[in-house]
Ligand binder design. Structure first.
Ligand code: BMA
Length: 320
């Protein structure tokens, strides 16, 4: 039976990207969206915080996904507050989904302004030019990713609005990526002493498996010395993705390495994307560590699925 200690193995070269790697002066590099490009390169669309404290997105490409990064010499996607006032305090935490029907990548990212964080969407073919859709979920909302195909004829977006109910994961549907409805709660933050008691949110876009959408989410626990961001696992029905089939009880990855325990924000592991190896099983999970740098850890789809079989309880895990 796989233990939670062995689910993901940190790369010995971590952190793989940090501000020292950057071609222009920045404060930090973290929470990158990830995709495998057609030429086999791994692309990380990094959240880069400048020395004003505002974030933009910048692409780094590598043949092996570990080193030899070729970083765009200038920001790849900057906030454009003149046309998109919701971006006045920057753009953050992209999640990338390749959408075969559109032959484009959908980038869902946080746009930050006086009203709080909201979800914005852009489409791109090449990570050079972007077609912006603007805000698709108003504040307060973040941690969004598009599913790669329509569900029952509609596009599906996972996101994390904060409502009087709490900070839970929701799913919403759209015929055109612009108008969204049929909102449903997908997964709730637990309560009390649980590791994911205070808020939860989607990490990387879900992985489609024969058993369901395998989904890594972050759970936040408030403590006397700040928040701890850990990772949990859940499985959702392929055709009805608001239905949770399994939810892990314990977290399966937690800040332990020095670059995770200490940074601009301590005790944070925050993946926004992964690649799957040619074997269809190996996961390379890319995560922001301590809101300061990028790290990578390797796991296996099969092992995560069997861990859920042994470590989940009630369907949605809400027993509190
Ligand atoms: C979340 C987001 C992330 C960040 C995390 C820890 O709310 O803002 O970008 O990594 O907090 O600070």
């Amino acid at each position: 039976m796989p233990t939670d200690d062995s689910l993901f193995v940190r790369h010995p070269g971590n952190p793989i990207l940090s501000r020292e790697s950057w071609p222009y002066p920045v404060n930090s590099v973290f929470n990158a969206g990830v995709t495998l490009l057609a030429d086999g390169d791994t692309l990380l669309l990094c959240r880069v915080e400048d020395r004003r404290g505002l974030s933009h997105l910048c692409a780094a490409r590598s043949a092996n996904g570990i080193d030899g990064w070729r970083i765009d010499p200038h920001p790849t996607l900057m906030a454009n507050p003149r046309e998109y006032p919701e971006e006045i305090w920057g753009i953050e935490d992209p999640r990338i989904t390749y959408v075969p029907e559109l032959e484009q990548y959908a980038v869902a990212y946080t746009s930050y302004a006086r009203g709080g964080p909201g979800v914005s969407l852009a489409l791109t073919k090449d990570f050079k030019s972007f077609e912006r859709y603007g805000v698709i979920m108003p504040p307060e909302d973040k941690d969004a990713a598009l599913l790669p195909r329509r569900i029952g004829g509609f596009w599906a977006l996972i996101h994390r609005p904060v409502t009087t109910l709490g900070a839970h994961m929701w799913i919403s549907y759209s015929p055109d990526l612009q108008h969204w409805g049929s909102h449903k709660v997908m997964l709730e933050a637990r309560r009390g002493g649980w590791w994911d008691a205070n808020k939860i949110g989607l990490c990387s876009p879900p992985i489609e498996t024969t058993k369901g959408w395998l989904t890594i989410y972050h759970g936040v626990r408030h403590t006397a010395s700040g928040s701890i961001y850990r990772l949990g696992l859940a499985l959702f029905d392929l055709d009805n993705p608001h239905i949770c089939l399994q939810r892990g009880n314990s977290w399966m990855f937690s800040p332990e390495a020095p670059y995770e325990r200490g940074g601009d924000v301590n005790d944070v592991v925050f993946p926004c994307g992964q690649t799957i190896g040619a074997d269809g099983d190996t996961i390379h999970l890319y995560y922001g560590a301590g809101d300061s740098c990028m790290a990578m850890a390797t796991g296996s789809v099969r092992t995560l699925l069997s861990w859920l079989d042994f470590n989940s309880s009630a369907r949605d895990g809400i027993d509190s």
